[in-house]
Write a protein that binds this ligand. Structure first.
Ligand code: MG
Length: 284
């Protein structure tokens, strides 16, 4: 495949499992890739968290010479794909490309947050910090610097089960309105029409309309990479293959003929940021 753009999940894909920031190797590889093609980060995080924890780290590795192209080719799809941004170098800030609204006909967002905060309290809490569209729950360990990552994943699984129970009670047909994604470090409820697969389509459309790039109808020339492609994972829709050409660097590789993995010379799968690094190297 002749890839023309690439999209990456952030946590567990560009970072190692349990780490907040990408390694220098990954940062360098992304900067090199940005000199060749547009890059979209597609994450459950919201804009401010992405800027603080991800972008600031990447910028440390960008030389003055590389900077203009890096900025020109930088896109962010935050809140699990519900909002897309283009970085505008002229104002040195992100500008919204699109925004999918919360489905209030399902349930008022604030009301849902109040209910869930109570229901999940044994395992975690609602994160009230600045998500604009989606509803997000972090585990009890969210604010700890270096929590035991397996414990975090365990609690995220518990929160996920509680959330499904609550949503089913509100409306057994809840999937018409919202998607639930477990990123391993938290759980995100997003509008059903504003998941990460929507982000792939929006990215392709934007590049076609604004940068004169040409894609097939599935945007197959956009590579997508993530680590939570399993049912219930927050890359399930991102890596479904509805749009883009998907690669998984997660431990669980769901049975989807469209989904590819990254392997070493012995045929062993390479996971998380090491797998992503290898994938990026094939694009350079
Ligand atoms: Mg992830």
């Amino acid at each position: 495949m002749n890839f023309k753009a690439a999209m990456f999940d952030f946590d567990g894909t560009l970072t190692e499992k349990g780490h907040h920031s990408p390694s220098k190797e990954i940062a360098d590889a992304l900067v090199n890739l940005s000199q060749k093609m547009p890059i979209g980060f597609c994450t459950g995080r919201q804009l401010e968290s992405f800027e603080r924890r991800a972008l600031s780290k990447l910028l440390e590795h960008v030389s003055d010479e590389e900077r203009p192209r890096f900025m020109e080719n930088l896109y962010l799809f935050s809140e699990n794909g519900a909002i897309g941004y283009d970085f505008n170098p002229a104002i040195k800030d992100f500008e919204e490309i699109y925004r999918i609204e919360w489905p209030s006909e399902f349930i008022d967002r604030e009301k849902l947050r109040t209910i869930l905060n109570e229901e999940v309290k044994e395992y975690g809490e609602i994160l009230y910090n600045a998500h604009k569209i989606v509803v997000v729950m972090g585990t009890k360990f969210y604010y700890e610097d270096k929590p035991a990552i397996d414990k975090v994943y365990e609690l995220a699984d518990k929160i996920y089960d509680v959330v499904l129970g609550v949503l089913k009670k509100i409306n057994p047909d809840y999937l018409k309105y919202v998607h639930v994604g477990n990123s391993g470090i938290g759980v995100i409820i997003s509008p059903a029409n504003g998941d990460k697969d929507e982000a792939v389509e929006q990215f392709g459309k934007f590049l076609s309309e604004n940068r004169g790039m040409k894609f097939d109808s599935k945007y197959s020339e956009i590579l997508t990479a993530g680590d939570s492609a399993q049912v219930g994972g927050n890359d399930f829709y991102f890596l479904s293959g509805r749009f883009g050409t998907p690669y998984s660097v997660g431990e669980i590789l769901p049975d989807n003929p469209k989904l590819q993995s990254v392997k070493d010379e012995n045929g062993k799968r390479i996971l998380h940021s090491k797998g992503t690094l290898k994938l990026i190297q094939t694009l350079l």
